[in-house]
Write a protein that binds this ligand. Structure first.
Ligand SMILES: [Ca+2]
Ligand SMILES: [Ca+2]
Length: 587
């Protein structure tokens, strides 16, 4: 617009669709159109070692995005220095629909790898579930706007000041009756709640989150203004998107009309009744969102210094903290009163209630020494000291009734990580490089199998994996390889005539790769011969150890399987030593 002002306007349209089609159908259908898919469905038969049947988990999920974005910047030399002002807005309309075929012909769980035999009770199914196909349409409007100033206050001193405002409309199922009415129009069925959920107590009258102001400040300072030392610090408040896929359950349970029967009769689980007749006599399990749900938000803080020791050698130290609040917890709020055993809402069985009480914390110190390529070699050494914690509700503590908020290690918490790499340029166009990656152990979450030790009707919580069942008193979620209470674990094991655990494996990770290459010139083209060795020390990098406190012993070693590693880490580049040779031509 001028030599000081720049405007940048953009528009985009994007479209994506996930298609999980029934096996061999290669099908592509509109979401909510189940007629062509249902003939592919059979009942699901689950045996301990194999599952057969179903609808192939068929799901159709188209999502579009219409985005309009504008950024305007203006350079100003006044007010004590140079200011680069920037402001703009970002608007997106995101239509998103999705469906799920469910298990309309039912799903049976059998206790043995044996066919059902009417005369052998040990082959009878233990569980029957049935969910009808579901559909939801949750379009969202996303608005963002900001103002920022990059202010060069003096030579070597830059300040960044800014504020951003974000709001998402539609991301909180704000209008449940309206959304259900749209489903009714689309499917011609089940668009209204068959049960009145307005009886569930809500902390606020309406839904939505409109106070998402995010201030940011930053500073970069070169004290001598000579490029040798740089001190920087920054703070910001950031807001996360709510993923609408996670909002489906509040709209789909009325359509799914879920049925769960323990120890069902086979092959007719309803005992001669129709599905509807069976359902009408059974209180449902429902999902309700709290009106107080918000966009999760994070306070991020960073301070650090870089310094050049020599023109080719630099050191960096950075300290970062992230405190993130308001993510979704889903406690079951209809557990019986501990004394009277009455459920607060007797017309329902379980009431899964989404509320913004899941928090997490991360802090890290990063140290780095970097030597640029000179005198035929370069090298990098970086070390990270970090701690990740989750602070969420769990019902797994057997000495507490119902839910308790517990701060414990995050599943990806690694305390130490060291990465070293280097490249040496050899004569005759040859090059040798190596990288080593060393990490301390991950934590793991001790579990038990389906136990309700505190009699709150919940055998743990599935919200914060991997706590999926009540833990013995004194054992905390995800405390394996951290503050594990082995005495409490062994008290539990001894009471069940299991061998006490004396050793818990906490595998670290170590890997070293080597790469050699030589360049050739063949006429006018160039070739590179490459030899790579991965995991040169043939190190076995194990996954976290067995976590079931009630596990028996290894048949060979006699050692309890709890605390013993039995498998390698998944998805690692080189589970064992590997060599790779390649030739690359450039022409
Ligand atoms: Ca907010
Ligand atoms: Ca329990």
């Amino acid at each position: 617009m001028s030599d000081r002002a720049l405007n940048d306007a953009r528009f985009q349209y994007a479209y994506a669709k996930y298609e999980v089609a029934p096996p061999y159908s290669h099908g592509d259908w509109a979401p909510g159109d189940f007629t062509a898919r249902l003939p592919f469905c059979t009942a699901v038969l689950s045996y301990p070692s194999i599952q057969v049947g179903g609808c192939g988990n068929a799901q159709m999920g188209p999502e579009g995005r219409w985005e309009l974005k504008d950024d305007f910047s203006y350079l100003m030399r006044r007010w004590g220095g140079t200011h680069q002002w920037k402001t703009g807005f970002d608007f997106s309309y995101v239509p998103f629909e999705g469906d799920n075929t469910g298990s309309p012909l039912g799903s049976w769980t059998f206790p043995k790898d044996t066919l059902y035999d009417v005369s052998d009770r040990s082959t009878w199914p233990t569980l029957y579930t049935n969910n009808l196909p579901t559909y939801a349409n949750i379009p969202v409007k996303i608005y963002g706007t900001y103002l920022q100033d990059d202010w060069q206050a003096a030579n070597g001193l830059t300040l960044n000041l800014g504020i951003r405002y974000d709001v998402q409309v539609g991301s909180f199922n704000e209008d449940v009756p309206g959304l259900l009415a749209k489903i009714q129009d689309k499917l011609g069925r089940d668009g209204t709640f068959p049960y009145d959920v307005s009886v569930i107590a809500q902390p606020t009258a309406g839904r939505g989150d409109h106070n998402n102001f995010g201030p940011r400040v930053g500073l970069a300072w070169d004290p001598a203004n000579n490029g040798i030392t740089n001190v920087h610090a920054a703070y910001g408040l950031f807001y996360d998107n709510v993923r609408t896929l996670t909002n489906f359950n509040e709209l789909t349970w009325p359509q799914a009309k879920p049925i769960t029967i323990q120890n069902p009769s086979y092959p007719d689980p309803f005992g001669g009744r129709t599905r509807e007749a069976f359902l009408s006599a059974t209180p449902p399990t429902i999902t309700v969102g709290s009106n107080a749900q918000i966009n999760p938000y994070a306070h991020q803080f960073n301070v650090g210094v870089n310094r050049l020791l020599r023109p080719d050698l630099a050191v960096t130290a950075d300290f970062t903290t992230v405190s993130r609040y308001g993510d979704r917890d889903a406690p079951e709020i209809n557990i019986p009163d501990q004394v009277t055993r009455q459920r607060p809402y007797p017309q329902f069985v379980r009431v899964n209630f989404w509320q913004p009480t899941a928090d997490n914390y991360y802090k890290a110190l990063l140290l780095k020494v970097e030597k640029r390529m000179s005198r035929h070699y370069q090298a990098l050494l970086s070390y990270t000291l970090s701690k990740a914690e989750d602070d969420t509700l769990t019902s797994a503590l057997s000495d507490h009734y119902g839910y308790t908020k517990v701060r414990r290690p995050g599943v990806a918490d690694r305390r130490h990580r060291l990465v070293a790499s280097g490249i040496v340029a050899l004569p005759y166009d040859m090059q040798l490089s190596a990288i080593g990656d060393f990490r301390s152990s991950l934590p793991f979450g001790p579990i038990t199998s389906g136990l309700d030790l505190n009699n709150d009707t919940l055998s743990g919580t599935s919200v914060s994996a991997p706590a999926n069942s009540d833990l013995p008193a004194g054992v905390l979620p995800v405390s394996g390889c951290r503050a594990l209470n082995l005495d409490a674990i062994n008290a539990f094991r001894t009471s069940r005539s299991l061998t006490p655990v004396t050793q818990v494996d906490c595998p670290g990770f170590a890997n070293v790769d080597l790469r050699f290459s030589k360049f050739f010139r063949i006429g006018g083209s160039r070739a590179e011969l490459i030899a790579q060795l991965f995991n040169i020390f043939d190190r076995a990098n194990f996954n976290v150890p067995g976590n079931n406190i009630g596990a028996g012993n290894d048949a060979t070693t006699g050692r309890p399987l709890f605390g013993a590693v039995t498998s390698l880490l998944p998805n690692i580049n080189a589970p064992s030593r590997q060599a790779e040779f390649a030739v690359r031509f450039q022409f």
